[in-house]
Design a protein around this ligand. Structure first.
Ligand code: NAD
Length: 256
């Protein structure tokens, strides 16, 4: 059980982050939800999570594209035993046509935010005498696809950062690992479907089966519950000697 632990999950008002936060709450952890918006519904989401699982749950707005916001999130959380770096965005375009501002945003949100939150969280974990860093990377942290230069570069970077974090905490009761999901049907993936349809000249179902799940031998999307379960496992005592590595939840993608 994770009772008494506090988990900060970046980018968790939808998709995988919310799924991970739910499973951590189910396991007894207090939760800090986050995104860059500060709407009533964001705070209501945290309140509902707290009520459902009988834990303390708060929503803290912070923009993961900004270094100061990343560090302020950990400070405002007050505690951070479990840090899940999940915030991420995608943009699909050939390199020579890739908008510079999209490159900068993806590198900042998908990679640099994990550096800033980790830098702020490690002293807090050390003071508490226990910690878990779980970085939500991607199959694209291990392999590449065309038209996703910024995303693939940032996710490979996150895997590298995970290894360094593990080495710097190796002799402490702190671990750092990356989870590498294949395709999970979330709003982020949903948003890629129109672009991909255009790029390949295909319809929606064809893009899902032939392009997206073409790389995923199971031919099934992974679920946010499965990613939450993997995160809970990495926070368990059984995983205390698992550090600096990646766990693929990709239906066999990276075995190809
Ligand atoms: P999503 O769009 O549902 O969720 C992304 C989350 O990040 C949202 O909560 C969003 O509000 C938040 N976010 C975006 N910009 C932010 C910012 N500037 N500051 C703070 N929060 C911000 O997408 P998802 O599929 O759940 O993706 C979550 C993570 O999982 C991402 O890092 C993504 O790269 C990774 N991932 C997703 C898949 C997939 O198939 N869905 C596969 C591999 C990896």
């Amino acid at each position: 059980t994770l009772q008494g632990k506090t988990a900060v999950v970046t980018g968790s008002n939808s998709g995988i982050g919310l799924g991970v936060a739910r499973e951590l709450a189910r396991a007894g952890a207090n939760i800090v939800l986050n995104s860059f918006t500060d709407r009533d519904e964001d705070h209501a989401l945290a309140e509902a999570l707290g009520t459902e699982f009988g834990v303390t749950a708060r929503y803290i707005a912070a923009d993961m594209s900004k270094a100061a916001d990343c560090r302020a999130l950990i400070e405002k959380a007050g505690a951070c035993d479990i840090l899940v770096n999940n915030a991420g965005i995608q943009h699909v375009a050939p390199i020579d046509d890739f908008p510079v501002e999209k490159w900068d945003a993806i590198v900042a949100i998908n990679m640099s935010s994990a550096f800033h939150t980790t830098a702020a969280a490690l002293p807090v974990m050390r003071a508490a005498g226990w910690g878990r860093v779980v970085n939500i990377a991607s199959a694209h942290g291990l392999t590449a696809s065309p038209f996703k230069s910024a995303y693939v570069a940032a996710k490979h970077g996150v895997v590298g950062l995970t290894k360094v974090t593990a080495l710097e905490t190796a002799e402490e009761p702190i671990t750092a690992n990356a989870i590498c999901p294949g395709y999970v049907l979330t709003p982020l993936v949903e948003a890629q479907i129109p672009d991909t349809m255009e790029k390949y000249g295909m319809g929606r179902e064809e893009v899902i089966k032939k392009v997206m799940l073409e790389r995923q031998p199971s031919r099934e999307f992974a679920t946010v519950e499965q990613l939450g379960g993997t995160t809970v496992f990495l926070c368990s005592d059984a995983a205390a000697q698992i550090t600096g590595t990646t766990i693929s939840v990709d239906g066999g993608w990276t075995a190809l």
